[in-house]
Design a protein around this ligand. Structure first.
Ligand code: ARG
Length: 471
């Protein structure tokens, strides 16, 4: 059968051109959404009296059969029919006969493809909120089991001040919380209907765009028909949010990789999430976090690609825009892979509390507190800083830690020291002294966990509601 747009042409399309311009190899991913959009469109054509009721019924029955075949993977898509839209229309016409050719009344592939992408992406966004919620849950559970685990906190990757391991994990809960908010907020810009914009200018038929929007559970319709067919901001926005999510996962990956090393030995990832070496029998490699860290690059790449594709495009639709899809699909697949593994990997991670504790005992991360002690005795902070700097230097020369010094040794540096400093220097005391909102003291971290759990329940309510809305 000839091409759906073949009328104006006298020659067959060059075989290589056909292959070069086709998108069916990847946009078949949009098959179900394409039928979903067509069902709403044809229902509207019937309601508006643009098509007679029995034509509408025949087309709808045919579309339902096509949908069943899509679900059974029972359609052989063809490059000759270029993309998913024309493949489905062809399949419909083969099924119902020439009446199927009435489906495209008042519509263009330009508003059709945009509609499919909006329908497809809004589902993915809800699924990602759900996956991030699962990861947050795993982190909160680990935090609850580590409310007494003290670990060095770092700046510049140098030991800085001791913190609760729970506090460290809860930082990631906050980060993924912002990711969830960003995705939730983007939903309102994804959930806008382009259909009815036609090729670029609208259509001569008396269509009802708001009715179609209602059918497809869109909150709004695009205000401007040119914008409707040429807007890909909603995809860019998703790709940026995905880049930030991957960056967060990559930072956590980096820490897991460091913490799993013999040098740290802070955590052990479950065997099920690691792999071995083909030559070195002793190896247990953290391949999953390494790959997540590595794959972050392609997700950034997909964002930059689409930004670049769009930057010089005149209004409205241009074929360049077909390049919006593969990067989006790839980002979704890459991020699904990462998030799917991350939640159970965190849930099954063993925390080596003893090793963390030993690390804290053998460092100077309590130095700030002893300076604060002198400040409490009336010494200006700058001077106290200097005194403790000298004390630490002395310790390093003597191969000792602050808690090893005798009171006489302390007194060489300041007569303000008394034996209460030994209590001040205990890691528990150092941690619990930071009892400010958002700080590492145990009661603060417990409160933070409580707030996170409240947010988690709000997120599950959102996911349940939006899963329904985005279907
Ligand atoms: N496959 C095309 C795309 O993904 C669909 C829209 C084609 N429109 C056109 N005027 N050629 O962008």
């Amino acid at each position: 059968m000839s091409k759906l747009w073949g009328g104006r042409f006298t020659k067959k399309t060059d075989q290589l051109v056909e292959e070069y311009t086709a998108s069916i190899m990847f946009d078949k991913e949009l098959a179900e959404e394409d039928v979903q959009g067509s069902l709403a469109h044809v229902t509207m054509l019937g309601k508006q009296g643009i098509l007679p009721a029995d034509d509408v019924e025949k087309i709808k029955d045919g579309l339902h059969r096509v949908l069943q075949r899509i679900k059974r993977d029972d359609i052989e898509f063809s490059i000759g029919d270029e993309d998913i839209h024309m493949n489905i229309e062809k399949t419909l016409i083969d099924d119902v006969g020439s009446v199927g050719g009435k489906l495209h009344t008042g519509r263009s592939r330009n508003d059709q493809v945009a509609t499919d992408m909006h329908l497809w992406l809004r589902k993915r966004v809800v699924e990602f909120v759900d996956m991030l919620h699962k990861l947050q849950t795993a982190l909160v559970e680990q935090a609850k089991g580590n409310l007494d685990t003290i670990v060095p906190g770092y700046t510049h990757l140098q030991r800085a001040q001791p913190i609760l391991f729970a506090h460290h994990l809860m930082a990631y809960v906050s980060m993924f919380g912002r990711d969830i908010e960003r995705l939730q907020d983007s939903y309102k810009r994804i959930n806008v209907l382009p259909l009815g914009a036609g090729a670029l200018a609208g259509t001569t038929f008396p269509i009802d765009r708001h009715f179609v929007a209602g059918q497809l559970k869109f909150d709004r319709v695009y205000e401007n028909s040119l914008d409707a067919v040429s807007d890909r901001d909603f995809i860019l926005e998703f790709l940026s949010h995905a880049s930030i999510i991957m960056m967060h996962l990559s930072r956590l990956s980096e820490e897991l990789i460091l913490w799993s090393s013999t040098e740290f030995r802070f955590v052990e990832l479950d065997d099920a999430f690691c792999t071995g070496s083909s030559i070195m029998p002793q190896k247990k490699n953290p391949d999953v976090p390494e790959l997540v860290r590595g794959k972050t690059g392609r997700v950034y790449g997909n964002l930059v690609s689409l930004l670049t594709v769009l930057k010089s495009l005149p209004l409205a639709y241009n074929k360049d825009m077909q390049e919006d899809k593969e990067g989006m699909f790839d980002t979704v697949k890459t991020m699904q892979g990462a998030l799917q593994l991350f939640a159970p990997m965190i849930a099954t991670m063993k925390v080596n509390k003893e090793q963390m504790r030993q690390a804290v005992n053998k460092d100077f991360s309590n130095a700030t507190d002893i300076a604060d002690f002198l400040v409490g005795k009336g010494m200006p902070f700058r001077q106290a800083h200097e005194v403790i700097g000298k004390t630490v230097l002395y310790c390093i020369e003597q191969n000792k830690y602050l808690l090893d010094l005798t009171l006489d040794e302390f007194k060489q540096f300041s007569t303000l020291f008394d034996d209460r400093i030994y209590a001040v220097l205990q890691p528990e005391q150092v941690v619990n002294a930071r009892n400010v909102y958002g700080g590492t003291a145990k009661p603060q971290v417990e409160d933070a966990i409580g707030r996170a759990e409240a947010a988690l329940s709000e997120t599950s309510v959102w996911v349940a509601e939006y899963l329904e809305r985005s279907r």
